[in-house]
Design a protein around this ligand. Structure first.
Ligand code: FES
Ligand code: FES
Length: 161
């Protein structure tokens, strides 16, 4: 099936089986290996990307569902600002030591940046409970979440916590 979509701001057309997982298309056909496979069953969030502005698990999405859509991966979040100008969440995570093994981090950054951007647009500081709820679908086996939650709150407030 011929699929036409936008990936990280660029037009992409490719011939792929319609039920091939978006996760595999990103990694195998487009060399976007920042998106990780953890569980492969929609449980861990390591494969989180944005489709038309909404976070979802790329391991559960057949690529045909993305035809005509706009996909943003972790590379798009970094790349849109350049390597020397990270997303505020990435800067906060690095500064506060919110990453250990890194397996969960690409999905956490996509989900967290989506949350941070929305909070900054609305001009309000979320509660810790709201942050924990927003990243509830992203499983981290290392950090115990404290530093990740701190980083999200830090980024919402412009890195000044
Ligand atoms: S790999 Fe997709 S949710 Fe775990
Ligand atoms: S940093 Fe290791 S799984 Fe999150």
């Amino acid at each position: 099936m011929r699929i036409a979509m936008t990936v990280n701001g660029g037009a992409v057309e490719l011939d792929v089986p319609p039920f091939k997982r978006l996760l595999d298309v990103l990694r195998e056909d487009l060399d976007l290996t920042g998106t990780k496979e953890g569980c492969g069953e929609g449980e861990c969030g390591a494969c989180t990307v944005l489709l038309d502005g909404e976070p979802l698990c790329a391991c559960l999405v057949p690529v045909a569902r993305c035809d005509g859509g706009e996909v943003v991966t972790v590379e798009g979040i970094m790349g849109s600002r350049g390597p020397d100008a990270m997303h505020p969440l990435q800067a906060s995570m690095a500064r506060l030591g919110a990453s250990q093994c890194g397996i969960c981090i690409p999905g956490m950054v996509v989900m967290g940046a989506h949350f941070v951007d929305a909070a900054r647009r609305e001009g309000r500081v979320p509660t810790e409970e709201e942050v924990r709820s927003a990243i509830a679908g992203n499983i981290c086996r290392c950090t115990g979440y404290v530093k990740i939650v701190d980083a999200v709150l830090d980024a919402v407030q412009g890195g000044e916590v």
